[in-house]
Write a protein that binds this ligand. Structure first.
Ligand code: SF4
Ligand code: SF4
Length: 405
């Protein structure tokens, strides 16, 4: 593992940090045995920073991490967690949530504490509740070591927040596709110029930069570096930028963890120069010309009160154009409710609940309209009705046959 210094704190953090929002699950709950094995093996391989948040995995992530870091693992890592603005309405909510976080993580001190998902609205809300005094007091009492914020707003807002407090660090969404979105490269450099450490989240854009690369992009990559994987391109692009202190990755599969560890360990052996930059630029142009909706699959917009599986709708829609997959029938079967509750795009009633939660500022109802027109067409609902009747008849016949035996 390679390490970089968090300038304001002097901590040496691993190039790869472990994100706590994508642990493997079984029936909606964290698969603790598997996730613990994965997390501890990453720590054994040199990862020394674990990032979580109050609401990750519906509130299970912090408590799981508290359990996973027993047996001497707590001492090997820095723990980071975040205060969610959407659950804070009065000043006392901040103290209540923070105390709850200490209990869940089973620690006396949180090493890196962040205001979660700041944008203009959340920042104004926090400021009105005097969050900066709250953070200063926590630091003074020694309950938190270092203070930062994670960010999903616009660049101007980012700079305003950077300038508003002596932050130790910030966490930004930054990857090949988001070079000019949100804080972007300009924000990264701005924060670094102020002496802050910058941690990167969504380096692979929720896996998009690995699993959903169109053939045209893979060809460009292969021509330049025949042995590099798409993850290698995405991570090496980040680590070639000295302002990036650490890259956080939320990993679910063993192979993803071992691949990311391998790349983080070999980064100095793979120089990334202007010719690589040129390939990335071309790859990005190609990708963006094919992608329909810039959804990262983060699921912050869920649950939808009308049952729409928003990220899955966008995922299948993107697949059709990025990967040229024939996903029409698959969309009907998966989201049509043949084997469960329907969750297709046209169930959207435009209530707007999801809009305030989307860090990518996607106009979700409008884009779902687009998905419905493209993926559902006039035949989906009659086809689903026919499928449901056929299943009913089949089940009845099966029951009768069983009764006759
Ligand atoms: S706007 Fe549509 S997708 Fe969003 S929460 Fe409301 S019904 Fe669901
Ligand atoms: S629509 Fe927005 S909030 Fe929902 S999964 Fe996609 S990026 Fe995340």
């Amino acid at each position: 593992m390679n390490y970089r210094t968090v300038k304001p704190t002097g901590d040496q953090v691993s190039l790869l940090g472990y994100g706590g929002m994508r642990f493997p699950t079984i029936s909606g709950k964290i698969d603790e045995a598997k996730a613990m094995r994965q997390l501890r093996s990453a720590i054994d391989a040199g990862v020394n920073y674990i990032d979580t948040a109050y609401f990750y995995h519906g509130g299970q992530s912090e408590s799981f991490i508290g359990r996973a870091l027993k047996d001497g693992y707590r001492e090997k890592v820095k723990i980071a967690t975040k205060l969610p603005p959407w659950l804070v309405n009065v000043t006392s909510d901040m103290t209540r949530i923070f105390e709850d976080q200490l209990k869940r993580l089973d620690v006396a001190v949180i090493d890196y504490y962040l205001l979660h998902a700041l944008n203009r609205e959340n920042w104004e809300k926090f400021k009105a509740l005097e969050v900066l005094t709250f953070l200063t007091d926590l630091k003074a009492t020694g309950k938190i070591e270092h203070v930062g914020f994670s960010f999903h707003g616009d660049r101007e807002n980012f700079k305003e927040i950077v300038d508003a407090y002596p932050w130790d660090f910030c966490q930004i969404q930054y990857n090949i596709l988001d070079e000019f979105n949100q804080a972007g490269r300009e924000g990264l450099r701005y924060a670094a110029s102020k002496g802050m450490a910058v941690f990167v989240m969504e380096p692979l854009r929720g896996g998009t930069l690995v699993n959903r690369m169109p053939a045209e992009v893979l060809k460009l990559y292969k021509e330049k570096e025949p042995t590099w994987t798409p993850a290698e391109w995405a991570l090496n692009w980040l680590w070639a930028q000295p302002e990036v202190t650490m890259v956080l990755s939320g990993m679910t599969e063993d192979e993803h963890i071992s691949e990311n560890l391998r790349i983080a360990g070999a980064v100095h052996e793979q120089p990334f120069d202007a010719t690589h930059e040129a390939v990335v630029k071309k790859a990005k142009e190609t990708y963006l010309s094919l992608q329909k909706v810039p959804c990262t699959g983060c699921q912050y917009c869920l649950p939808c009160p009308f049952g729409v599986d928003i990220p899955r709708c966008f995922d299948l829609y993107n697949s059709k154009y990025l990967l040229k997959q024939k996903v029409g029938t698959f969309y009907w079967m998966q989201l049509g409710g043949v084997n469960g509750k329907p969750s297709y795009a046209s169930l959207c009633r435009r209530c707007g609940k999801c809009l305030e939660h989307c860090p990518q500022s996607i106009q979700i109802p409008d884009r779902l309209d687009e998905v419905a027109k493209d993926m559902e067409g006039p035949f989906m609902k009659p086809a689903l009705k026919t499928a449901a009747s056929a299943i009913k008849i089949y089940t009845r016949l099966k029951r009768r046959t069983r009764g006759a035996k």
